[in-house]
Design a protein. Sequence first.
Lengths: 278, 279
Amino acid sequence: MTSIVRPAMGRRLARRAGAYAALAAMVPKTLFVYNWSVWAQLIQNVVSLVVYVYFWRAVYAGTPTIAGIDLQTTLTYILMARIFRPLANIDLIFEFGWRLRDGGFAMLLVRPVDLQLGYYVQGLANLGVALVRQLPVVLLATLVFGLRWPSDPLVWAVFILSALLGRSLFFCVDWILGTLTFYTTETWGLRELFQGLTNFLTGGLVPLDLMPGWLRLMALATPFAQAVYVPVALLSGLAPLADAPRLLVGQLLWLLGLAGVSRLFFGRAIRHVTVQGG
Amino acid sequence: MPKAQHTIEKHHASERSTLQMLRYLRLYRYFLEQQFKIAVEYRSNFIIGAVGALFVNGASLLTLGVVMGQIPSLNGWTLEEVLLIYGLVLLSRSLSQMFTENLWQVGGYVQEGSFDRFLVRPINPLFQLLAERLDSAGVGNFVIGLVLVLSAGRALDIFSPFNVVYLTAAVLSGGTIFFALNLITSASAFWIIDSTAVSAAVFENFRFAHYPLSIYPRAINWMLTWVIPYGFASYYPASFLLGRDIGPMAWLSPLVAGVLVVLGYRLWGVGLRRYAGTG
């Protein structure tokens, strides 16, 4: 009996996995399509990186440490935070908005794959593409601004785990933000709004350790900090390795909570959808 | 007799150009009315767009406040002084963003062949392109920039009648510099079709102008003064207003803006004559 069921189940599972793999495989194809937004993004990243380096150097010109942190540590953190910025990419506001307008949403809903899981897998592939595209920024930071990468493999292992958790939980945030377009039908301003929040609260502009106590606590109480600050703090040495277990468990809890909330949110919001042009 | 004839012709010409200008002003009002209707119809979009600008700048400003609260000065500039620089660049940028943001679309229009529609109407194509959009984020940036300049200026006590005139001229020049650089880079679409990356490559350098140029190395300083002169939109006017000795740089903003805009319009004209359509 079991011997008959198992291969059938295995086939079904394999087919399932194959469907998601196919979704993810579509993404790298976009790697080589350098449309203007990619160039614009890259240029913005490069300019911002240079601005921040000189800004922070000027900040530290008159003082050896701020809040007990020296220039080298801050710069290492800031450069890495710029490089791993795609961990907190807001993708779904435009995606949902666009699907709503062109009527594609109806098609997505009838596909035999879980919509959220499909987007999640695609999001991971997107992250890979975005990180490869950051290569010029990595080279600039390393060769011109002397960014030193950690050599301890354990640090890297912890970072990768933390970055994956961070991206996963931020995907849920992104998902919730995306569903807001079902109510507003507006995308650009909404994305700008959350981009501002994200830039600040992820610790992408300033290490949270330099913020006044109340602001740091507030930022740490949001999922944004979990997405970029936590992994980059671990990689840059701002957070000691001994803190890793506590930080990782924290991220995991955030992920579980947000995954539940995001599904609830979508279930509610989807009733508001008016598919246009479909 | 020929002299009189000449005078009459000249008179007619100036009358024609006055009429032409009135016609364009009337048309612009008409375009603005349409924009206003859109803004009212999609009210939440307009508000979210403006508030979005507030959040993006809020993040940078909060960072600046947080960091500068812990140090005496940034390269000899106090928080208020840096805020004045930041506010000036924001104001200048917002002017071009509000009224000329549609330049970013030129590459796309040329690519998909829809640029032709600007050529079949009896209005200046550039005028028509620009008048078609009033950007809500620009409105947001304008308000934030104005608040920053007013509050920083008050704290620094720089508002003498002369300085207010100087400030207005500086912001108008700054806005023109933003517009002119964008015009030059957008005109490249007539040669390379998709100009947006070129526009971005030049435009994004405005981020340097958020802070005193003195924090950057000489090469970047030079670039922001003579190549992509965003320095004239913020750093140089702010330096003058704060009584720092920067020599003739204090007076060059209108000249730089004028030269750039003439250059940009010429290039646009050359490109337009070259344009053959792609669709």
